[in-house]
Design a protein around this ligand. Structure first.
Ligand SMILES: [Zn+2]
Length: 115
């Protein structure tokens, strides 16, 4: 269950940001994951809610967004969103692809109330 490790890391960052921004309370956290991180949103939500207990983010609303996997083809230069993880360009059939999106773990924004 790698959600736990990721949640712990993100909670660490969130509490650091809250501290440096003088937030008395974090009200909302927007997080984006690339699809290839293989996050199960319900599992993440569960471990996140457990992990923020007793922290400044304990009542934060968690917004999760899963970003689709995108590749740029090195042969025909098309960019494509790939739903099943078949690493073949749908335009030219080449497998010479660069991942351009899908491995992100991003805290997009943190909202809260100032002290
Ligand atoms: Zn191609």
């Amino acid at each position: 269950m790698h959600e736990l490790k990721i949640a712990e890391e993100l909670i660490g960052i969130i509490t650091e940001v809250a501290k440096s921004e003088n937030l008395k309370k974090v009200t909302k956290v927007n997080i984006q994951f690339g699809k290839m991180i293989m996050i199960v949103p319900d599992v993440f939500r569960f471990v996140f809610e457990g992990g923020v207990k007793g922290t400044v983010a304990k009542s934060a609303k968690l917004n999760l967004e899963i970003l689709p996997v995108k590749f740029a083809c090195n042969k025909c230069k098309e960019e494509t969103e790939i739903d099943d993880l078949l690493f073949v360009c749908p335009y030219c059939g080449s497998n010479d692809l660069d991942l351009t999106q899908g491995r992100e773990t991003i805290i997009e924004s943190i909202e809260g109330e100032k002290c």
